[in-house]
Design a protein around this ligand. Structure first.
Ligand SMILES: [Ca+2]
Ligand SMILES: [Ca+2]
Length: 208
């Protein structure tokens, strides 16, 4: 029991690792779509050097108030395998993804790997330090960002109007370091604004 207590203590110290920030981040995620869920997670490396993702993980924590709070979602943690180029993308996707997108993912995860209710997605580096944590919520009362049930302050909250779970999100590229996200579409499939494996597109990018 003592060892468990120590582990929990260590986990509670770091919310965001300054040393890891900016190295690689979650650039886009689609977790809930019409019919079978087309799910993918896109990482982006804005840095000047290739990053070996071996040992990195993506964890998904149920964030709905109630008995399931703090339990891991189906495929969590996803242990990353491979490398991400400087200025490049790393794409994880489920099987349903292939029916709608003509791009081969770098890594697979199981279908229905991302739940369709409030969750916290956490990217950790090979040292186990948190790179970022994003809370995606349907606005349910008592839902909170967490890691294994420990409430955290996330780096970003993705929420539409509190009546349904955002289907997914895409991060805007900004030079001031601030975060901004666009919410992807639930329907039709594929989400028209989703850009798995390539730079995100925003409405202003479409203007002449
Ligand atoms: Ca899902
Ligand atoms: Ca993209």
């Amino acid at each position: 029991m003592r060892a468990l207590a120590v582990n929990v203590s260590v986990c509670s110290v770091v919310v965001v690792s300054a040393g890891s920030r900016g190295a690689v981040y979650i650039n886009e995620l689609l977790g809930s779509t019409a019919a079978d869920d087309t799910e993918f997670i896109e990482l982006f490396n804005p840095g000047p050097a290739e990053v070996d993702l071996t040992g990195w993980t993506i964890s998904l924590w149920d964030s709905d108030a109630g008995p399931v709070f703090g339990t891991p979602d189906g495929v969590s943690p996803i242990r990353l395998r491979g490398r991400i180029d400087a200025g490049g993308f790393f794409l994880l996707a489920n099987k349903a993804f292939s029916a709608f997108y003509d791009v081969k993912p770098d890594q697979r995860f199981d279908d229905n790997g991302i739940e369709n209710s409030s969750y916290t997605v956490v990217l950790k580096d090979r040292l186990g330090e948190i790179v970022e944590a994003i809370f995606v919520t349907d606005g349910g009362e008592g839902d909170k960002a967490n890691i294994a049930g420990r409430v955290i302050t996330p780096d970003a909250v993705i929420k539409v109007d509190g009546r349904y779970i955002p289907p997914g999100f895409a991060r805007e590229t900004r030079t001031d370091g601030k975060r901004a996200y666009r919410v992807l579409e639930f329907s039709p499939r594929p989400a028209p604004s989703a850009t798995p494996g390539r730079p995100n597109v925003f409405p202003e990018d479409d203007k002449p």
